[in-house]
Design a protein around this ligand. Structure first.
Ligand code: PLP
Length: 320
């Protein structure tokens, strides 16, 4: 299981690559939800999401171990992050994406000189392809969450939260495969276990919720949630035990609540975030979180949203 020392080593390893992102505050948001809220601005991170933290840690270590190239199987933020860091370190990256990958996402990978390979429609097809391409090119396959270096890299957000926000009570974190939250748990529960860490998932992508309830990793059918960073089918073998051990709670939010939170963040705090980030803010904005008078951090995990799709992510009726 990842340790605080792993997270600290990751912080030293990646500090020259990643931004220490600011925490943003909004008196409007504070008044609206009755808490002091700190928005951890990973949408302002290099490559537009926190994924660069884990990717930078993993790819730097891979290069140290002699890797001549890296591969990943993601058209989303992880693919962009791996392409970016490989380019910075001067090694080739091949990113395996689905046949129907969004043009804008492919262009972002190519802008970092990533080599794009199209393969199938599911991650069950893409992952073996990415592993095979790594084997053929003296490379290393970099998974999106179920890897010790990835978890440790994402955990650097936990270190920053404790340093940036004195007397922090509670943190809300969006949950996909669980790399982000298990890293944050590793750092926070080692340093200040009183700080509560709450995961948030879309109702229709509730694999971690079900897995925790049943006490074992449970897969769900594909979800169509607008929070595309959270559509993973199941939590990871490495991440899930960390959640079982440390997590203080897991909330589910509806698509309507995600849309309402997205609109609130854009309109009131002027932050352009992607729906996966709005998931973490949704329990506070909808009132579902049932917390008052606390110092609360919300991890705004990314800002990579296709502006042409944005209107479709807003509520049908205006927020008042
Ligand atoms: C990947 C991602 C998540 C989920 O992170 P996991 O480590 O898979 O739980 C959340 N938000 C954004 C923007 C992401 O790209």
């Amino acid at each position: 299981m990842a340790s605080l020392e792993d997270v600290r080593r990751a912080q030293a390893n990646i500090h020259d690559i990643v931004h220490k992102t600011p925490v943003l505050t909004s008196s409007l948001l504070d008044e609206y939800c009755g808490n002091q809220v700190f928005l951890k601005a990973e949408h302002l991170q290099k490559t537009g999401s926190f994924k660069i933290r884990g990717a930078a840690n993993a790819v730097k270590n891979a290069v140290r171990e002699g890797a001549a190239s890296v591969t990943a199987a993601s058209s989303g933020n992880h693919g962009q992050a791996v392409a970016y860091i490989a380019n910075r370190l001067g090694i080739p990256a091949t990113i395996v994406v689905p046949e129907d990958a969004n043009r804008a996402k492919v262009a972002a990978i190519e802008a970092y000189n990533g080599h794009v390979v199209y393969c199938g429609m599911t991650s069950a097809e893409r992952i073996p392809k990415a592993r095979q391409l790594a084997d053929e090119n003296n490379g290393i396959y970099i998974p999106p969450y179920d890897h010790a270096d990835i978890i440790a890299g994402q955990g650097t957000i936990g270190l920053e939260l404790l340093e940036q926000i004195p007397e922090l009570d509670l943190v809300f974190v969006p949950v996909g495969g669980g790399g982000l939250i298990s890293g944050i748990l590793t750092a926070i529960k080692a340093l200040n276990p009183q700080v509560k860490v709450i995961g948030v998932e879309p109702e229709s992508a509730n694999d971690t919720y079900l897995s925790l309830q049943r006490g074992e990793i449970t897969a769900i059918p594909p979800s169509a949630t607008i929070a595309d960073g959270l559509r993973t089918a199941q939590p990871g073998d490495m991440t899930f035990p960390i959640l079982q051990k440390h997590l203080d709670g897991l909330l589910l939010v509806t698509e309507a609540e995600i849309k309402e939170a997205l609109q609130f963040l854009m309109e009131r705090t002027k932050q352009i975030v992607e729906p996966s980030s709005a998931v973490a803010a949704a329990p506070l904005i909808s009132g579902k979180a049932e917390v008052k008078g606390k110092r609360v951090a919300v991890v705004l995990s990314g800002g990579n949203v296709d502006l042409h799709q944005l209107a479709g992510f807003l509520p049908d009726k205006l927020h008042v």
